[in-house]
Design a binder for this molecule. Structure first.
Ligand code: URP
Ligand code: ZN
Ligand code: ZN
Ligand code: ZN
Length: 463
């Protein structure tokens, strides 16, 4: 199929201009004014903005009790054409085999393209020895957890250092979940003993200082072995400041935040009738001053990308109710893959907090660079995949779970006013969404292989 998108305004992370886009075999073949090329379909995008498809480099499908890849149509309608899932390491299964198992769950099911980060859940030498082979299966990043003590997610500092030393040698980007596990387990116990069981104690037992401390420690570990570091889901101003400081000193230390840390504060966790449980994720939602600091940070480039940390816990609110009487039993995670674009655009661009260029950078271009998928993904340029959003900036509406395809019974953003919508979304040239409906073919998403020595390693090339 040959397609020609005419008269739109192309918005990239560096500029915007009006031009036509010619697509053939799923690739952008030409960009230019008044292209006169024969096509099977001509799409008029007059008055519309054209964005590169979103790259959400932080999603969970299947792990943490989340729904699986059949719900990735939610990504498509929300303008995200590539998701990067955290593949959990299964018990007594090698790192590589665990990732292959996770990939098999997406194959012929996923509605958008997908790639993977590894997660080490069995931090021992034989597992670290697999790190050099990650790039052979198209994985170029690895997450370790400083939180969740007493579970097999947890890695101590020694394990993190060992992993860092090997990862650095092989161009694998190290990611950490930075929260001090001991602070959390001691405070959880204390609050439960005091009879404080409501969802808001999820926040009180994971205070900002727990994230600040772990972030600073992760930075110290990274500096000590001179390893690039990407701190995922930064939610605390002081943690962001620590990343910023290290970066400004010249270290390859970067951070990501997530949509909900920019748009939801702790008031939501404090909602009565156990409603707060709907907003339980880790790190927890923070008081407003952190949200303000994070908006400032994303515009100024101190935080590199905005992921959704999409984690639609199977069973929705009912599943969350497992934590009635004990907030530590509330399953962590909130859905968000469908709303990342709308929330960033409405609350960022429309409110003057970020420019359109910064929006594209945070939503699509930088995430693609960070995971090693650029310029195939995250860009509107000749030779890139034709992952394209035709965006109607004049639309005004509201987020409602009725229109959410994430497969659970609530949206954390219910009733949020939104401006603009992805009117049409194309994945490698094929139309997959139109006005909030998935119109693509299920299972057409493909595993995208990430290249090692991505973004974070620019530092070593002196770029
Ligand atoms: O609450 C969340 N985010 N669940 C997923 C796990 C994680 O740490 O990213
Ligand atoms: Zn995490
Ligand atoms: Zn996550
Ligand atoms: Zn319209």
């Amino acid at each position: 199929m040959k397609k020609l998108i005419k008269n739109g305004t192309i918005v990239t992370s560096t500029n915007e201009y009006s031009a036509d886009i010619y697509i053939e075999d799923g690739i952008i073949k030409e960009i230019g004014k008044d292209l006169d090329i024969k096509a099977d379909e001509i799409i008029d995008a007059e008055g519309k903005l054209i964005f590169p498809g979103g790259v959400d480099e932080h999603v969970h499908y299947g792990s943490f009790g989340a729904r699986l890849f059949e719900t990735t149509d939610a990504a498509a309608v929300g303008g995200t054409t590539t998701i990067v899932d955290f593949a959990p390491q299964d018990k007594d299964v090698s790192l590589i085999d665990s990732i292959k198992r996770q990939a098999a769950k997406a194959e012929n099911i996923a509605c958008v393209d997908y790639a993977f980060h590894g997660i080490i859940m069995d931090p021992k030498d034989s597992v670290f020895e697999e790190i050099p082979q990650l790039s052979e299966i198209g994985v170029a990043s690895l997450k370790l957890f400083m939180a969740y003590k007493g579970t097999n997610f947890y890695s101590d500092d020694e394990s993190i250092l060992k992993a860092m030393m090997i990862a650095k040698k092989h161009g694998i980007t190290m990611m950490v979940h930075a929260e001090n596990a001991d602070i959390i387990s001691v405070l959880q116990k204390k609050y439960l003993e005091e009879g404080c069981t409501d969802p808001i104690y999820h926040y009180y037992s994971r205070p900002p200082i727990a994230e600040e401390e772990a972030t600073k420690r992760a930075i110290a570990l990274a500096k000590s072995v001179d390893c690039p570091l990407y701190v995922v889901h930064v939610s605390v101003a002081e943690a962001m400041e620590a990343i910023r400081e290290a970066y400004e000193e010249g270290w390859p230390i970067y951070g990501e935040t997530c949509t909900h840390y920019l748009t939801l504060n702790t008031d939501y966790l404090a909602k009565p009738n156990f409603e707060g449980a709907k907003y339980v994720c880790a790190p927890p939602l923070r008081p407003q001053r952190h949200l303000d600091a994070l908006w400032d940070a994303v515009q100024k480039g101190w935080i590199q990308a905005v992921g959704s940390d999409h984690c639609a816990v199977e069973g929705g609110f009912e599943a969350k109710k497992r934590g009635i009487g004990d907030f530590t039993k509330i399953p962590n995670g909130c859905p968000g893959v469908q709303d990342r674009l709308a929330l960033l655009w409405t609350n960022g661009v429309c409110k003057g907090k970020i420019t359109r260029q910064k929006f594209i950078e945070l939503f699509s271009t930088k995430p693609a660079k960070i995971v090693g998928l650029y310029p195939q993904k995250g860009e509107i340029a000749v030779g890139s995949d034709a992952d394209i959003i035709i965006f109607d900036p004049y639309f005004e509406g509201m987020i409602s779970n009725k229109e959410s395809l994430h497969g659970i019974d609530y949206s954390p953003f219910e009733g949020f006013k939104i401006k603009g919508k992805p009117e049409q979304v194309f994945l490698r040239g094929e139309r997959i969404a139109k006005n909030g409906k998935f119109v693509g073919e299920r299972g057409k998403g493909r595993w995208q292989k990430c290249k090692p020595y991505a973004f974070c390693y620019d530092y070593y090339r002196g770029e």
